[in-house]
Ligand binder design. Sequence first.
Ligand code: UTP
Length: 392
Amino acid sequence: MKKAEELLKKYNQEHIIPYLEKNEELEKQVLKIDFEELNKLCLKARNLRIEELENIQPINAINPDKLSQNEKEALIKKGTEVISENKLAVVTMAGGQGTRLGHIGPKGTFKITIGDSEKYLFQILADNLIREGKKYGVTIPWYIMTSKENNQDTMDFLKENEYFNYPKSELFVFVQEEMPLITTEGKLIIEDGLIKEASNGNGSIFASMEKAEVIKDMEKRGVEWIFIGSVDNILLQMVDPLLIGVTLNDGSYAASKTILKNAPNEKVGVFCKENGKVKVIEYTELPEKLSTELNEHGELLYGESHIMCNLFNIKALKRAATQEMQYHIATKNIAGVSCYKFEKFIFDAFNMFEHISILRGKREADFAPIKNKEGVDSPKTAVELYKNYWGI
Ligand code: UTP
């Protein structure tokens, strides 16, 4: 108790001290917090400026439409071998808070109506993986990343729904890391006797997988390639032999499938190269002049969008798990209080590798995200895209 109290005093968080009495869980929480890091991040948040982009260049994506039939078939054959030998695993990132959608409960428990049937987002993913597994005669190991906040609800929901028929021995749920929330005044928040924490962004996936011994489990199973995608894109192609084939052919350890941005102001991050390394620039950080520039084919020069459709070799995952990833800072209003939220982004891992394969996909076949309640990227637009793709 003494140590926790001292820490709280030292870092100007005395308002937490009265809650410490007979509260071992809170004490444990306090002892685990890296106050130095939190202080540094707060300082950074207060002096936040948009970082200058240094020496950036557009990126070249492989466009499958430009490949010959033979080239494409050879690449697909390579990828097919990996999948048929059960060397591919899939990870679904489901630790987000889904604030924009405003659904109560984990985002994967959100239900959409497709024609006459209703489906949950987790069900769409499970159906997809079952269908793809059958195609290649394997059961694909499926890992779902939750957060402390939604883990129990996710587990209960999956169990109630009998895991949507996914073989239980091939389905694993693990919890991602957390970060305390802090008010813009620099104070920790106490809720129900504990310090309020929130998931620290999908970029913590690498360290979280290592900590939860997911990478070890994959190794034991002979998994070599890992697809990592989001929970909320109902057209996400998780088992893609062409993406794997292209990556193998390039000798890369990581790859990403993009789609072309539909307008300069579409709210998606885009790929570029900065000082020779692959980087994703968030839409808020791309200067307007660059966002409208066109290439010789009349396409947006900085138009290859990151759609959370990423592939990693297991060696790449192991490496990413040991490296520090930067925190991005957002100011959010949480229950009426202005707070800083610190998040790591998965795409920041790309600059750890010499070469990343970028394959251009197609919006109508790869991207039907559910982000907002209404308007763009809403259940309505996503279902429309889904129905068109499947001819429903
Ligand atoms: P988004 O950044 O779109 O966040 O996540 P979100 O939680 O779905 O929605 P908003 O921004 O609060 O409205 C993209 C993917 O990354 C996962 C999400 O679950 C989603 O699949 N994610 C996000 C995590 O797994 N952990 C996080 O800490 C954040």
